[in-house]
Design a binder for this molecule. Sequence first.
Ligand code: SF4
Ligand code: MG
Length: 300
Amino acid sequence: MATGGNNRKDKGMTTTITANSFKTSYLPTWCPGCGDFGIWMALKNALAELGIGPDDALLIYGIGCHGNMSAWMRSYGIVGLHGRTLPVAQGAKLANHTVPVIAIAGDGDCLGEGGNHFIHAAKRNPDITVLIHDNQVYGLTTGQASPTAKDKLKTKSTPDGVAEPAVNPLTLAIVSGATFVARGFAGDMPGLTNLISAAVKHKGFSVLDILQPCVTFNHVHTYQWYRSRLYQLDSVKYVPNNRLAAVEKALEWGDKIPLGVFYSENASTSEDREPALSSGSLVSQPLGISDLNTLLSEFR
Ligand code: SF4
Ligand code: MG
Protein backbone atom coordinates (compact mmCIF):
# COMPACT_ATOMS: atom_id res chain seq x y z
CA MET A 1 0.00 0.00 0.00
CA ALA A 2 1.50 3.31 -1.02
CA THR A 3 0.63 6.48 0.83
CA GLY A 4 0.24 9.88 -0.72
CA GLY A 5 2.76 11.41 1.67
CA ASN A 6 2.48 14.31 4.02
CA ASN A 7 3.73 17.86 3.55
CA ARG A 8 5.86 19.37 6.28
CA LYS A 9 7.15 22.98 6.52
CA ASP A 10 10.61 23.40 7.96
CA LYS A 11 12.58 26.67 7.83
CA GLY A 12 10.40 27.96 5.01
CA MET A 13 10.84 24.85 2.88
CA THR A 14 8.05 22.38 2.19
CA THR A 15 9.09 18.73 2.27
CA THR A 16 6.84 15.86 1.28
CA ILE A 17 7.36 12.78 3.43
CA THR A 18 6.58 9.49 1.71
CA ALA A 19 7.56 5.89 2.32
CA ASN A 20 10.39 6.47 -0.18
CA SER A 21 11.88 9.14 2.10
CA PHE A 22 13.25 6.26 4.22
CA LYS A 23 15.04 4.55 1.33
CA THR A 24 18.74 3.71 1.60
CA SER A 25 21.11 2.25 -0.98
CA TYR A 26 20.91 -1.17 0.70
CA LEU A 27 18.42 -3.87 -0.28
CA PRO A 28 16.87 -6.17 2.36
CA THR A 29 18.60 -9.48 2.95
CA TRP A 30 15.54 -11.07 4.57
CA CYS A 31 14.38 -14.39 3.11
CA PRO A 32 11.88 -13.85 0.25
CA GLY A 33 8.39 -13.81 1.75
CA CYS A 34 9.53 -12.98 5.31
CA GLY A 35 6.94 -11.09 7.37
CA ASP A 36 9.59 -8.48 8.14
CA PHE A 37 8.93 -6.96 4.70
CA GLY A 38 5.31 -6.19 5.61
CA ILE A 39 6.28 -4.64 8.96
CA TRP A 40 8.98 -2.52 7.31
CA MET A 41 6.56 -1.23 4.67
CA ALA A 42 3.78 -0.56 7.20
CA LEU A 43 6.21 1.34 9.43
CA LYS A 44 7.34 3.55 6.55
CA ASN A 45 3.74 4.18 5.49
CA ALA A 46 2.67 5.01 9.05
CA LEU A 47 5.54 7.45 9.60
CA ALA A 48 4.81 9.14 6.26
CA GLU A 49 1.12 9.45 7.16
CA LEU A 50 2.07 11.04 10.48
CA GLY A 51 4.45 13.47 8.74
CA ILE A 52 7.42 12.01 10.64
CA GLY A 53 10.48 12.10 8.38
CA PRO A 54 13.81 10.27 8.64
CA ASP A 55 15.30 13.03 10.79
CA ASP A 56 12.27 13.44 13.07
CA ALA A 57 12.35 10.19 15.05
CA LEU A 58 14.79 7.77 16.64
CA LEU A 59 14.50 4.06 15.88
CA ILE A 60 16.12 1.64 18.32
CA TYR A 61 16.73 -1.91 17.12
CA GLY A 62 17.56 -5.12 18.95
CA ILE A 63 19.55 -8.06 17.64
CA GLY A 64 17.70 -10.41 15.30
CA CYS A 65 16.47 -10.53 11.72
CA HIS A 66 14.29 -7.49 12.51
CA GLY A 67 17.41 -5.52 13.54
CA ASN A 68 18.86 -5.79 10.05
CA MET A 69 16.18 -3.27 9.07
CA SER A 70 18.53 -0.57 10.38
CA ALA A 71 20.55 -0.88 7.14
CA TRP A 72 17.62 -0.26 4.79
CA MET A 73 15.62 2.22 6.86
CA ARG A 74 16.95 5.77 6.50
CA SER A 75 16.55 7.43 9.91
CA TYR A 76 18.39 8.14 13.11
CA GLY A 77 18.90 4.77 14.73
CA ILE A 78 20.79 2.70 17.26
CA VAL A 79 21.25 -1.07 17.21
CA GLY A 80 21.39 -2.12 20.84
CA LEU A 81 22.81 -5.19 22.50
CA HIS A 82 20.67 -8.34 22.42
CA GLY A 83 17.70 -7.86 24.73
CA ARG A 84 18.56 -4.24 25.55
CA THR A 85 16.33 -2.48 23.03
CA LEU A 86 14.11 -0.94 25.70
CA PRO A 87 16.84 0.33 28.07
CA VAL A 88 18.47 2.12 25.12
CA ALA A 89 15.10 3.50 24.02
CA GLN A 90 14.30 4.75 27.54
CA GLY A 91 17.72 6.37 27.89
CA ALA A 92 17.29 8.15 24.56
CA LYS A 93 13.79 9.28 25.52
CA LEU A 94 15.07 10.66 28.81
CA ALA A 95 17.82 12.60 27.01
CA ASN A 96 15.40 14.18 24.54
CA HIS A 97 11.75 13.50 25.23
CA THR A 98 10.63 15.77 22.38
CA VAL A 99 11.66 13.16 19.80
CA PRO A 100 9.41 10.16 18.98
CA VAL A 101 11.22 6.96 19.95
CA ILE A 102 10.27 3.64 18.36
CA ALA A 103 11.79 0.40 19.60
CA ILE A 104 11.94 -2.34 16.96
CA ALA A 105 12.39 -5.65 18.72
CA GLY A 106 12.15 -9.39 18.20
CA ASP A 107 10.11 -11.74 20.37
CA GLY A 108 13.24 -13.33 21.83
CA ASP A 109 15.00 -9.99 22.12
CA CYS A 110 12.06 -8.31 23.88
CA LEU A 111 10.54 -11.15 25.94
CA GLY A 112 13.48 -13.51 26.53
CA GLU A 113 16.73 -11.65 27.14
CA GLY A 114 14.84 -8.38 27.56
CA GLY A 115 11.81 -9.67 29.48
CA ASN A 116 12.64 -7.83 32.69
CA HIS A 117 13.13 -4.56 30.77
CA PHE A 118 9.75 -5.05 29.08
CA ILE A 119 7.88 -5.39 32.40
CA HIS A 120 9.56 -2.35 33.91
CA ALA A 121 9.09 -0.19 30.82
CA ALA A 122 5.36 -1.05 30.88
CA LYS A 123 5.21 -0.11 34.56
CA ARG A 124 6.96 3.26 34.01
CA ASN A 125 4.93 4.23 30.94
CA PRO A 126 7.58 6.14 28.94
CA ASP A 127 6.26 7.65 25.71
CA ILE A 128 7.85 4.93 23.56
CA THR A 129 6.38 2.58 20.97
CA VAL A 130 7.64 -1.00 20.79
CA LEU A 131 7.00 -3.09 17.68
CA ILE A 132 7.51 -6.77 18.52
CA HIS A 133 8.34 -8.96 15.54
CA ASP A 134 6.62 -12.11 16.81
CA ASN A 135 7.58 -15.12 14.68
CA GLN A 136 7.99 -17.56 17.62
CA VAL A 137 11.62 -18.32 16.72
CA TYR A 138 15.12 -16.88 16.92
CA GLY A 139 15.38 -16.51 13.15
CA LEU A 140 18.86 -14.97 12.98
CA THR A 141 20.40 -17.95 14.80
CA THR A 142 18.56 -20.39 12.49
CA GLY A 143 15.26 -21.02 14.17
CA GLN A 144 15.39 -22.02 17.83
CA ALA A 145 12.14 -21.64 19.80
CA SER A 146 11.58 -18.16 21.24
CA PRO A 147 9.52 -17.40 24.39
CA THR A 148 6.37 -16.91 22.26
CA ALA A 149 6.60 -20.35 20.53
CA LYS A 150 3.26 -22.13 20.88
CA ASP A 151 1.07 -24.95 19.55
CA LYS A 152 3.83 -27.49 20.38
CA LEU A 153 6.02 -25.92 17.69
CA LYS A 154 8.88 -28.16 16.58
CA THR A 155 12.15 -26.29 16.14
CA LYS A 156 15.85 -27.14 16.24
CA SER A 157 15.88 -26.60 19.99
CA THR A 158 12.53 -28.35 20.54
CA PRO A 159 12.57 -31.39 18.20
CA ASP A 160 9.61 -32.98 20.03
CA GLY A 161 7.68 -29.71 20.12
CA VAL A 162 7.65 -26.90 22.67
CA ALA A 163 6.68 -28.44 26.01
CA GLU A 164 5.98 -25.25 27.95
CA PRO A 165 3.26 -22.63 27.66
CA ALA A 166 4.21 -19.56 25.61
CA VAL A 167 4.74 -16.06 26.94
CA ASN A 168 1.77 -13.96 25.86
CA PRO A 169 3.12 -10.47 25.02
CA LEU A 170 -0.36 -8.94 25.24
CA THR A 171 -1.39 -10.22 28.67
CA LEU A 172 2.10 -9.47 30.01
CA ALA A 173 1.90 -5.89 28.73
CA ILE A 174 -1.66 -5.38 30.02
CA VAL A 175 -1.00 -6.61 33.57
CA SER A 176 2.36 -4.81 33.73
CA GLY A 177 0.75 -1.40 33.15
CA ALA A 178 1.21 -0.65 29.43
CA THR A 179 -1.25 2.04 28.36
CA PHE A 180 -1.69 0.91 24.73
CA VAL A 181 -1.66 -2.76 23.80
CA ALA A 182 -2.47 -4.04 20.32
CA ARG A 183 -1.85 -6.93 17.93
CA GLY A 184 -1.21 -6.64 14.19
CA PHE A 185 -0.39 -9.02 11.35
CA ALA A 186 2.52 -8.60 8.92
CA GLY A 187 0.26 -9.77 6.07
CA ASP A 188 -2.33 -7.02 6.65
CA MET A 189 -0.63 -3.88 5.37
CA PRO A 190 -3.54 -1.39 5.75
CA GLY A 191 -4.49 -2.68 9.21
CA LEU A 192 -0.88 -2.79 10.40
CA THR A 193 -0.19 0.72 9.08
CA ASN A 194 -3.18 2.03 11.06
CA LEU A 195 -2.09 0.22 14.23
CA ILE A 196 1.51 1.50 14.01
CA SER A 197 0.18 5.00 13.42
CA ALA A 198 -2.14 4.75 16.46
CA ALA A 199 0.67 3.31 18.61
CA VAL A 200 3.09 6.11 17.69
CA LYS A 201 0.42 8.76 18.30
CA HIS A 202 -0.42 7.30 21.72
CA LYS A 203 1.22 9.22 24.59
CA GLY A 204 2.70 6.50 26.76
CA PHE A 205 4.16 3.02 26.43
CA SER A 206 2.51 1.49 23.37
CA VAL A 207 3.05 -2.19 22.67
CA LEU A 208 2.25 -3.64 19.27
CA ASP A 209 2.71 -7.40 19.01
CA ILE A 210 3.00 -8.20 15.30
CA LEU A 211 2.34 -11.76 14.10
CA GLN A 212 5.15 -12.24 11.63
CA PRO A 213 5.49 -15.41 9.55
CA CYS A 214 9.06 -16.73 9.44
CA VAL A 215 8.85 -18.59 6.15
CA THR A 216 12.15 -20.40 6.72
CA PHE A 217 11.94 -21.73 10.29
CA ASN A 218 8.27 -21.73 11.31
CA HIS A 219 6.25 -23.89 8.94
CA VAL A 220 3.15 -23.97 11.16
CA HIS A 221 2.25 -20.30 11.56
CA THR A 222 2.17 -19.39 7.89
CA TYR A 223 0.29 -16.53 6.19
CA GLN A 224 -2.47 -19.00 5.33
CA TRP A 225 -2.64 -20.38 8.88
CA TYR A 226 -3.10 -16.87 10.24
CA ARG A 227 -5.51 -15.69 7.51
CA SER A 228 -7.91 -18.55 8.25
CA ARG A 229 -8.10 -17.56 11.93
CA LEU A 230 -7.66 -13.81 12.28
CA TYR A 231 -10.55 -11.47 12.92
CA GLN A 232 -10.71 -7.76 13.76
CA LEU A 233 -11.76 -6.65 17.25
CA ASP A 234 -13.59 -3.75 15.59
CA SER A 235 -15.88 -6.26 13.88
CA VAL A 236 -17.22 -7.48 17.25
CA LYS A 237 -17.63 -3.94 18.64
CA TYR A 238 -14.95 -4.56 21.29
CA VAL A 239 -14.18 -1.47 23.44
CA PRO A 240 -10.55 -1.38 24.63
CA ASN A 241 -11.01 0.38 27.97
CA ASN A 242 -11.00 -2.39 30.57
CA ARG A 243 -7.85 -4.24 31.67
CA LEU A 244 -9.67 -7.38 32.83
CA ALA A 245 -11.68 -7.65 29.62
CA ALA A 246 -8.48 -7.00 27.66
CA VAL A 247 -6.68 -9.88 29.40
CA GLU A 248 -9.58 -12.19 28.65
CA LYS A 249 -9.61 -11.16 24.98
CA ALA A 250 -5.81 -11.45 24.74
CA LEU A 251 -6.00 -15.08 25.89
CA GLU A 252 -8.01 -16.04 22.79
CA TRP A 253 -5.81 -18.23 20.57
CA GLY A 254 -7.06 -21.08 18.45
CA ASP A 255 -9.67 -21.22 15.71
CA LYS A 256 -10.18 -17.48 16.21
CA ILE A 257 -7.36 -15.01 16.86
CA PRO A 258 -8.19 -11.33 17.43
CA LEU A 259 -6.35 -8.38 15.86
CA GLY A 260 -6.59 -4.73 16.87
CA VAL A 261 -6.38 -2.62 20.02
CA PHE A 262 -6.97 -4.61 23.22
CA TYR A 263 -6.39 -1.82 25.73
CA SER A 264 -5.82 1.93 25.69
CA GLU A 265 -5.87 4.58 28.37
CA ASN A 266 -4.49 8.07 28.98
CA ALA A 267 -2.08 8.20 31.92
CA SER A 268 0.95 10.22 32.99
CA THR A 269 4.21 9.16 31.40
CA SER A 270 7.58 8.73 33.09
CA GLU A 271 8.65 11.96 31.36
CA ASP A 272 5.65 13.82 32.84
CA ARG A 273 6.71 12.67 36.29
CA GLU A 274 10.41 13.54 35.91
CA PRO A 275 11.07 16.98 37.50
CA ALA A 276 14.38 17.39 35.63
CA LEU A 277 12.42 17.63 32.36
CA SER A 278 10.09 20.42 33.50
CA SER A 279 12.43 23.08 32.06
CA GLY A 280 12.94 21.30 28.73
CA SER A 281 14.73 18.28 27.38
CA LEU A 282 18.02 17.32 29.03
CA VAL A 283 19.93 17.91 25.79
CA SER A 284 18.68 21.52 25.72
CA GLN A 285 19.76 22.22 29.30
CA PRO A 286 23.26 23.23 30.48
CA LEU A 287 25.18 20.37 32.07
CA GLY A 288 25.54 22.35 35.31
CA ILE A 289 29.13 21.22 35.71
CA SER A 290 31.57 24.11 36.11
CA ASP A 291 34.62 22.07 37.01
CA LEU A 292 34.74 18.60 35.45
CA ASN A 293 38.03 17.65 37.18
CA THR A 294 36.57 18.31 40.64
CA LEU A 295 33.58 16.16 39.80
CA LEU A 296 35.74 13.33 38.47
CA SER A 297 37.98 13.46 41.55
CA GLU A 298 34.98 12.44 43.66
CA PHE A 299 35.01 9.07 41.87
CA ARG A 300 38.74 8.35 42.23
FE1 SF4 B 1 12.56 -13.70 8.08
FE2 SF4 B 1 12.76 -16.08 9.25
FE3 SF4 B 1 14.31 -15.48 7.13
FE4 SF4 B 1 14.71 -14.27 9.52
S1 SF4 B 1 14.97 -16.45 9.07
S2 SF4 B 1 14.70 -13.27 7.48
S3 SF4 B 1 12.62 -14.08 10.29
S4 SF4 B 1 12.07 -15.69 7.15
MG1 MG C 1 11.78 -14.03 16.61
